[in-house]
Design a protein around this ligand. Structure first.
Ligand code: PLP
Length: 455
């Protein structure tokens, strides 16, 4: 595309540093400027329509252009556009949303701390675990165990929990308090002939060996996304979570479920913890909590953690942690309205029903010569493209074909995420079966182009 002088495109190149972008490539090609959205579609400033197959960044549950969220924000803006929650101040929407989260999240989680982003929420998780163990007189119990392939954000602590090279290369991460264990992806990391259950046994044994090698008295927590998102939409092997939890309980290691992508219906259950039978000590949510119409995340903790940190705050005089926008009234008002829409429109059930259709339609590509694996649950899925189906060999270099797919898909009016050579889908929860069919048709046309390009 020609970039005209002084156009939005030229000014974007001149002034804006983009996240997750090769900046030199951006200078050459310029941005796709998205101008507006409606339902599952977004439109760029050239008038092109796209199906948003990733719901923005796995987040726009209720779709684009939802006027009830606009009105909820406007009402709150007019009444009280901002107030903080430091030093005993509070505001109505943050109180209501905290109560709502305590009620709707898995049993035993009933105290809520708000942040602006998932990364800040996971930083808060680390600080809470440290503060908690200091409170209990266990100052050595500070290490975190996370998984290769996991994604927990990009700040210094959360970026250390993340197990993806792309977030660590060039940034001197991870910090040494984090130990990473094997990615629970059967297709890539199981041994030949190993069943899902046997793979899960091996991963649980590896976790236990890691805790014992580090010393259980030094390990504070294990963190994981129930179903990994940004690492490639990786569904854990059967029985993985029950085995991992049992290891953590044996060594008094907290279990943290990062449901920033999974939460609020994505897998066809309200939380993925239900789907996998996880009883976490801390739960992290964001994204679909407001459909990303406002930045908001939350950490929901058990009463045992709350009581210990509350005592510590009294001993130290205050809980010295919080963000200017923790419990922001506009963000929490939008969150409340968004969760009301999810409930009223039965979007969790829709994710289960339409998700089953999506999974079936994608699994029909399993025999395609370029497809190594089709995976997912509910309305989150991925199709992994491989150079050689029999040996599962990746393309050389990995990601080249995926990036080409990502670009080509735009020409067919489809936005997906390419994670190396896995094509990820995570459409708005409002999507219908007919719209899934249209999305799959656009995917199939792109796949044909890619097959011709490779040949
Ligand atoms: N945790 C998970 C599971 C995520 O998927 C993400 C973002 O994609 C984060 C944490 C970080 O959230 P944020 O980008 O809001 O910092």
């Amino acid at each position: 595309m020609t970039v005209l002088p002084n156009s939005l495109h030229a000014r974007d190149i001149a002034y804006q540093i983009h996240p997750y972008t090769n900046m030199r490539r951006h200078e050459r090609n310029g941005p796709i400027v998205i101008e507006r959205g409606s339902g599952i579609h977004v439109y760029d400033d050239q008038g092109r329509e796209y199906i948003e197959g990733l719901a923005g960044l796995w987040s726009v549950a209720v779709g684009f252009g939802e006027s009830r969220l606009v009105e909820a924000a406007a009402r709150q803006m007019a009444k009280l556009p901002y107030y903080h929650t430091f030093t005993h101040k509070s505001n109505e929407p943050s109180i209501e949303l905290a109560e709502k989260l305590a009620t709707m999240t898995p049993d035993g989680l009933d105290h809520v701390f708000f942040t602006n982003s998932g990364s800040e929420a996971n930083d808060t998780v680390v600080k809470l675990a440290w503060y908690y163990n200091n409170a209990l007189g266990r100052p050595e119990k500070k290490k975190f165990i996370a998984r290769n392939g996991g994604y927990h954000g990009i700040t210094i602590a959360s970026g250390s929990l993340t197990g993806l090279q792309v977030n660590q290369r060039g940034f001197d991460l991870p910090l040494p308090f984090v130990k990473h264990v094997t990615c629970p992806h059967h297709y890539r990391f199981a041994e030949a002939g190993e069943s899902e259950e046997a793979f899960a046994d091996r991963l649980a044994a590896e976790l236990e060996a890691t805790i014992l090698a580090e010393g259980p008295e030094t390990v504070a927590a294990f963190i994981g996304e129930p179903l990994m998102g940004a690492g490639g939409v990786l569904v854990p092997p059967r029985t993985y979570w029950e085995k991992v939890q049992a290891v953590c309980r044996r060594h008094d290691v907290l279990v943290v479920a990062d449901e920033v992508i999974n939460g609020f219906g994505r897998l066809g259950t309200l939380f993925a913890c239900e789907h996998f039978g996880i009883q976490p000590d801390m739960l992290v949510v964001s994204k679909q909590i407001t459909s990303s119409y406002q930045p908001l995340a939350a950490v929901v903790v058990s009463d045992a953690i709350y009581q210990a940190i509350a005592d510590q705050s009294e001993r130290l005089g205050t809980f010295g942690h919080g963000f200017t926008a923790s419990g922001h009234p506009v963000a929490t008002a939008v969150g409340l309205e968004n969760l009301a829409i999810i409930e009223e429109r039965g979007l969790v059930a829709n994710a289960a029903k339409v998700g089953a259709h999506l999974q079936a339609r994608l699994r029909a590509f399993a025999d395609h010569p370029l497809v190594g694996e089709v995976r997912g649950v509910g309305l989150i899925a991925a199709v992994e493209l491989v150079a050689d189906k029999a040996s599962k060999a990746k393309f050389d270099p990995p990601g080249k074909v995926g990036f080409r797919f990502f670009e080509k898909a735009h020409e067919h009016g489809l936005i997906i995420r390419a994670i190396q050579d896995s094509i990820a889908f995570c459409p708005p929860l409002i999507i219908t079966e007919a719209q899934v069919d249209e999305m799959i048709d656009r995917f199939a046309r792109t796949l044909e182009d890619i097959q011709a390009w490779i040949a």
